[in-house]
Each structure stands twice: as structure tokens, then as C-alpha cells.
Design a protein around this ligand. Sequence first.
Ligand code: PNS
Length: 159
Amino acid sequence: MTRRAIYPGSFDPMTMGHLDIIERSAKLFDEVIVAVLVNLDKQPMFTVAERVEMIRQVARWPNVRVGTFAGLLIDYATEQHAQVIVRGIRAISDYEYELQMALMNRRLEPGVETVFLMAAEAYSYLSSRLIKEVFKLGGSITGLVPEWVEQRMRETVKG
Ligand code: PNS
């Protein structure tokens, strides 16, 4: 049986923390689908298409592919025949929200298991929100996002 995992998120933008989780998931599962949430409410830095392209450019493992989803994650996981949802946990502060989501998803579909990977210590303080804030205020984000992503971020400023 193919072990297929979904790694969902906003990825606006993708950070080195995300990339690390993708790399590790690709070793644990036969296939990993990085699933970008289409969230019409938010004002993102990058469009969904740009985020998909960004992940494709950077997460180049043969068993990793990129998808998008709207609506319930658990419906997408079922549709894709994934047995596992992967989430990264950075600090204890992530735990409560992640636990709620995992339990709700399990209630909705007990056949899909949520697996938590601990973020690498080097990236445990990283978040897309913080990266955007530091970048917009002129701070260096080198090494915190893949080089390709940093370049795209610079282009958004140039317009
Ligand atoms: O990277 P993020 O923003 O922390 O990812 C959150 C995400 C996309 C995993 C979560 O918001 C989600 O699953 N949204 C889809 C809607 C849904 O299924 N909601 C019920 C969750 S129990």
C-alpha cells in the first residue's frame, strides 16, 4: 500500500522550517502532497499560483508534489487517498491549536491520522508572518527562507 501524506498550510511564503518538514516527510512516506490552502479571506503576499510555483521550485524530491485545496482539509485528504496529515510543531504554544485541529479532523474522518513532526531547532522560531514583518521592515531574512523565495520577495517590492 502506498503511504501518502498531506502537508497542508498557507505557505505565504514557504520558510526553511516548512522545507525541512517536507524533506523529512518525504523520507517517512511514499508520497507527500504539499497542499496550499486557497483562502479567499486573507490578503496574502503571494497568490496561490505563486506559492505553488515557489514550492515546486524548491521542494524537488521525486515523491513530493504540490496541490491546492479549498474547503475542509479532511475532504481533500480523503479525495487524495492520503492516510496521514503532517503538521510541524515549533513550540508548546502551537500545540493547543494543532491538537484541536487534529482531534476535529479525526472526528470528521477517523481513517486519517495526524502526525506531528518537531521543527528543527534552527527553525523553531520561524513563521511566515514573522518573516514577512522582518522583510517589510528591512531586516535580513537570508537563510530563513529558500534563496528562490527570497528573490521572489524582493521582486514584490520592486513591483
Ligand atoms: O499554515 P497554516 O496557516 O497554519 O495552515 C492551517 C491549515 C491550512 C492547515 C488549516 O487552516 C486548515 O486545515 N484549513 C482548511 C479548513 C479546515 O479544514 N478547517 C477545519 C480544521 S479542523
